[in-house]
Each structure stands twice: as structure tokens, then as C-alpha cells.
Design a protein around this ligand. Structure first.
Ligand code: GLV
Length: 326
């Protein structure tokens, strides 16, 4: 029997490509070219499955051009690049990579929080520019981290990891808001108290966003929400671009309506709203929250395992939908 044909849309660890090649007939992208959506659709025309990252959308147009497609394995926990409804209707299985990145991403969220509160990149730029000629008592004085109030919007696995770090490591008072409340056991473990969104905005000294992107969370933080935050607060986004209205945030940072922001994700990334590049009180990183070598390897292996389990055992390990039989 011939092997299923798989398209690997971006370059990935050679050892993962080698594993996939033992099970599938592969088309890969060793130059890591950024294919257009049309190019992606053309290459998927004769494929049974795909290994993707967030850089391509799997939407109606792509699905219509890929009549043999049965599964798309995303190397990411977030899958807002999938039109899940269209995939389900077309009988296409989607999978993601939960759990393997939780602690690494929570580490990064905390690092970004600390770098933002303590003005680390702003002060480094000052030093590198040769502007440090003397010490002064208020030089780059930032916000306190230990003992402050940590607000978390979106309390899934990564949010819980950040809560634990804050509560147990830094003695922070943790409050959170989520679609559904955690069990009392989990709340106790995370030392986190459930509050309404308005209270979260008003009370947090550091507000960390860790919720999935959807139409419902689009611009969940805009000018009105920022206006409810403390003028001394920081806002950290490690979730997805589009959850924050970047133009409203840039204006708020410019006017010091909040103290600072730390952003790993952007609306329309890799483009960054120019106003964000112009203000000093923001720490900017290029969507790297899960980027350690072991974690990225674990993510790639889980995406590969999903493809292998789907074709060889009939069910993937971490599905995101239950496709219709077509
Ligand atoms: C990264 O953003 C992911 O969703 O894994």
C-alpha cells in the first residue's frame, strides 16, 4: 500500500522530518519559504495530511483545493489559524500541541512580566546608547513584582502555571477571570481568587493575557478596558495578537495611562503596529514564548505523533475537533 502524502509547510527539526519520512511520503520546505495561501492550496491538492504552524490559515479556500486532505497537525497549542467549523464540515481532523509547552510558556510569561515591570529593555537601550554617565535615585524605577497583585485573564494550563509562579515564588496576590471558574482544588493550588473582568482590570498591578483568540476575544483589551486599569499597571500579552487593540495600547502607553506593556504577540504579526515601536515603555519579543529547544522539539514531535497515530491507529492524540464523516 502506498504511504499517505504529507505536506510539511515550514522547515522543522531534521530529526522530526526523518521520523515523518519513515511513515509518509513527504513534501517539505527546506528553504523555509513563506508560501502564499494560493501556493499552500496548490501544494495540498494531492496531499492526505499536513504539518503546519500558525503561519498559514486552513480555511474554506484551502479546503476546497485539497479534496484528499484528512488531517492538519498544527505545531502550536493555539489553532486560531484553523477554520474549525469548515474543517469539521469537510471531514478534516485538526490537532494541536497542548501540555508540552505549558511550563516553558509560563516561564516566558513571567520573564516578560518581570522585564516589563523592572524596565529591563528600556534601561539596556539607555546603557548601550552610552547615556549612562551617573547613577540617580529614581533611574528606571519600575513597579514592584513580589507581593503585588497579579491578574490573569484566561486561566487554562498556561494561566495556572503563571499563577503558581506568582503565588508560590513571588508571594503575589493572584486574581483571575475566565469563562469558567476553576475547581476549588485548583484555585487552592494556584492560590488564585476568581473575580469579574472589571475587578480584574481595576485591581491588577500586572495583568497577563493567556486566553485563546476567537471572535469573542477580539479586542478584549481596548481603550475602555485600559482606562479601567491602574495608571501604575503593566499589561502582558503572550496569548495572541488581536486580543489587544494595539493602536489603543500604543496611545495609552504614549500618554502613560498605564505604566508599561510586554508583548510577545501582535495584530497582523510579523508586522508590528508602528506606534508600539515608538514608545519606550514596552518590551517587545517576536512570538517566542514557547521557544526553548526541548519544548519546540516536543511540539514538533507531538504534531508528528498526531499524524502517525491518525493514519496508523485511526485516532490522533490531541484532536481539536470531531470531523463529520464525508
Ligand atoms: C504559540 O503561540 C502556540 O500557540 O503554541
Amino acid at each position: 500500500m502506498s504511504k499517505p502524502r504529507i505536506l510539511v509547510t515550514r522547515n522543522v527539526f531534521p530529526e522530526v522530518i526523518d521520523r515523518l519520512a519513515q511513515h509518509f511520503e513527504l513534501e517539505t520546505n527546506p528553504q523555509d519559504d513563506l508560501w502564499s495561501q494560493e501556493e499552500l492550496a496548490r501544494r495540498l491538492a494531492d496531499k492526505d495530511g499536513a504539518f503546519t504552524t500558525g503561519s498559514h490559515r486552513i480555511d474554506q479556500a484551502v479546503l476546497a483545493a485539497a479534496p484528499l486532505l484528512k488531517i492538519v497537525a498544527n505545531m502550536a497549542v493555539g489553532y486560531n489559524n484553523f477554520d474549525v467549523e469548515a474543517m469539521t464540515a469537510a471531514g478534516v481532523q485538526g490537532t494541536n500541541t497542548p501540555d508540552v509547552l505549558t511550563e516553558t510558556t509560563a516561564d516566558f510569561g513571567f520573564a516578560l512580566l518581570m522585564a516589563t515591570a523592572r524596565r529591563m529593555t528600556e534601561s539596556e537601550h539607555y546603557l548601550r546608547a552610552g547615556q549612562w554617565t551617573r547613577w540617580s535615585y529614581d533611574m528606571f524605577a519600575g513597579g514592584e513584582v513580589h507581593g503585588s497583585t497579579l491578574g490573569i485573564l484566561g486561566m487554562g494550563r498556561i494561566g495556572q502555571g503563571i499563577a503558581r509562579r506568582g503565588a508560590h515564588g513571588f508571594g503575589m496576590n493572584v486574581i483571575y477571570h475566565n469563562r469558567s471558574r476553576l475547581s476549588p482544588e485548583l484555585e487552592q493550588e494556584c492560590k488564585a481568587r476568581y473575580v469579574g473582568k472589571d475587578e480584574l482590570l481595576a485591581q491588577a498591578d500586572h495583568l497577563v493575557l493567556v486566553l485563546p483568540y476567537s471572535a469573542a476575544s477580539h479586542h478584549a483589551i481596548g481603550a475602555a478596558e485600559i482606562a479601567r486599569m491602574k495608571p501604575t499597571a503593566t499589561l502582558i500579552n503572550i496569548a495572541r495578537g488581536g486580543i489587544v487593540d494595539d493602536a489603543a495600547l500604543a496611545a495609552a502607553l504614549k500618554d502613560k495611562r498605564i505604566a508599561a506593556a510586554g508583548l510577545d504577540v501582535f495584530e497582523g504579526e510579523p508586522s508590528v503596529y508602528p506606534g508600539l515601536l515608538e514608545v519606550p515603555n514596552v518590551v517587545l519579543t517576536p512570538h517566542i514564548a514557547s521557544a526553548t529547544v526541548p519544548t519546540r522539539l516536543a511540539m514538533a514531535n507531538l504534531a508528528a505523533d498526531n499524524l502517525i497515530a491518525f493514519f496508523e491507529k485511526g485516532a490522533p492524540l490531541t484532536p481539536v475537533n470531531t470531523p463529520a464523516k464525508v
